[in-house]
Design a binder for this molecule. Structure first.
Ligand code: NAI
Ligand code: MG
Length: 484
């Protein structure tokens, strides 16, 4: 097999994205009732650039009273927003989408600065997809009766929305767009490590002229999130994050009349059959686990290769990952950026240690890592089985657990033997195998001969400990309406 050998024969010059066009404040307040207001808590915390661990800005920490103000503002706005002609609602949402496109470059750079993801990804995936979600749901706003024929769809009221740090602006779009398209108003909390693009979105929303209080953005950590979950005047909770917090939320809302959707963790099976186009499959494996440093709930973190092609696939995979560049998120050459936080790096490193201790054979590339900041090289684990901790638990980092299989039934059994059920990938030339697997794999999304493809039109969500409810597409509307 001929080696790719890019790093040795080609040298890359730096291709840094400029920061000159971005506009960041030293301090950010809460966005309540259409204005930026100081937190009643009077507390602020630092938001960090994970590539340097230096502070970028200070962010307000909302307490229960701040959350209460945000909910009151959303409740007040609901009266008129829910009665507004749906065509007019659509125009506002459409305008937000257009403005995200206009400011895309600024959003992309801030997303990479604050979250550590490669600029190529924030520029080509996160920000355009966020705009697409607003476009898509703007389209539904005045067509809800067609989405649900013979029924009269009504908004729920105030939605409390809590999002994670792996796709900050995109998750804000997933949450806000369908909610307000259906006539609800929202109180959204971004994750504590990555609040900046949500706050920039707040500025954009203010500029868009969206009526005050329709979207409120409060910042803070778990305590602020809990204040939203437990607020008595919220009609719906939408959460994306860890299974641990998802379970907590479920427990605190048991018996209470609040609609909930939960998008939680995953341990996606990526399955390579012997008849697959091997080179494409290797690209698919790389994209499935190393996209966004592996901070992806639907990451293909369990690889299953049919035994007859295992040696070839593994050799090609090792060769391919030797070309991956880990480094400055703002460099356009970068494939793997910074790990989002020191805490997350500790979690990943803890799992790598467990993997080694339990007898897994580790393979890491010899890429050079920057001195400052949080970094993890692309990591493979061979010689692991279903009972290994790193095969069972979500790591949320660039760490792939590799197993082999012989028969189709064996791989279905192994893939489904997981507490999660969010995503899977199937690589084969045979349509019949694809149909069998999409039917029998217990996963909300199954990609065939591709991986990590997202589109606002398709529903996304999981089974079992991966959560409940769907976001995206027509299904995503259902979580924000009731029928009279
Ligand atoms: P997390 O679940 O604690 O954080 C997600 C969001 O929930 C953040 O906005 C956070 O402030 C908020 N939150 C935390 N505690 C809360 C509470 N008691 N009530 C309401 N909101 C609360 O996730 P964390 O600790 O940052 O990451 C831990 C692990 O979770 C990761 O290693 C990964 O395995 C998984 N995770 C999965 C995500 C997904 O997309 N499914 C996203 C983020 C993390
Ligand atoms: Mg947590």
């Amino acid at each position: 097999m001929s080696k790719i050998n890019i790093n040795k024969s080609w040298k890359y010059d730096e291709a840094l994205e400029s920061k000159s066009h971005i506009n960041l404040k030293d301090k950010y307040n809460l966005f309540i009732d259409g204005e930026f207001v100081k937190p009643l808590s009077r507390k602020y915390f630092k938001t960090i650039n994970p590539a340097t661990n230096e502070s970028i800005s200070e962010i307000a920490e909302a307490n229960e009273k701040d959350v209460d103000l945000a909910v009151k503002s959303a409740r007040k706005a609901f009266k008129s927003w829910s009665k507004l002609d749906p065509k007019e609602r659509a125009k506002y949402i459409f305008r937000i989408a257009r403005m995200i496109q206009e400011r895309a470059k600024e959003f992309a750079v801030i997303e990479s600065l604050n979250g550590g993801k490669p600029i190529r990804e924030s520029r080509d995936i996160d920000i355009p997809l966020a705009a697409n979600h607003f476009f898509y749901y703007a389209g539904w706003a005045d067509k809800l009766e067609y989405a649900f024929p013979n029924k009269v769809p009504k908004p729920l009221g105030v939605a409390g929305q809590i999002i994670p740090w792996n796709f900050p602006l995109l998750m804000a779009a997933w949450k806000i767009a369908p909610a307000i398209a259906c006539g609800n108003t929202v109180v959204l909390k971004p994750a504590e490590t990555t609040s900046l693009t949500a706050l920039k979105l707040a500025e954009l929303i203010k500029d868009s002229g969206l009526p005050k209080g329709v979207v409120n953005i409060v910042t803070g950590a778990g305590k602020t999130g809990a204040a939203i979950v437990n607020h008595p005047d919220i009609n719906k909770i939408a959460f994306t994050g860890s299974t641990e917090v998802g379970k907590l939320i479920e427990r605190s809302l048991a018996g209470i009349e609040k609609k909930t959707t939960l998008e939680l963790g995953g341990k996606g099976a990526n399955i390579i059959f012997e008849d697959a186009a091997i080179d494409q499959a290797v690209e698919g494996i790389v994209n499935a686990i190393f996209f966004n440093q592996g901070h992806v709930c639907c990451a293909g973190s369990r690889l299953f290769i049919q035994a007859s092609v295992a040696d070839t696939v593994i050799e090609k995979l090792k060769d391919r990952i030797s070309t991956l560049i880990v480094g400055d998120p703002l460099d356009k050459n970068t494939d793997i950026g910074a790990i989002n936080s020191v805490e997350q790096l500790n979690t990943i490193e803890k799992y790598i240690e467990i993997g080694k201790k339990e007898g897994g054979e580790i393979y890491q590339t010899e890429c050079s890592l920057p001195k400052k900041g949080n970094w993890c090289p692309p990591t493979l684990f061979l010689n692991v089985s279903q009972s290994h901790t790193i095969v069972k638990e979500e790591i949320f980092g660039p760490v792939l657990a590799i197993q082999t299989f012989r028969t189709i039934d064996e791989v279905i059994e192994k893939a489904n033997n997981s507490p999660f059920g969010l995503s899977a990938g199937v690589w084969t030339e045979k349509g019949s195998k694809i149909f069998k697997l999409t039917k029998e794999l217990n996963a909300g999304v199954v990609w065939a001969n591709t991986y990590n493809k997202f589109d606002p039109c398709s529903p996304f969500g999981g089974f079992k400990e991966s959560g409940m409810g769907r976001e995206g597409g027509l299904h995503g509307l259902k979580s924000y309406i009731k029928f009279e």
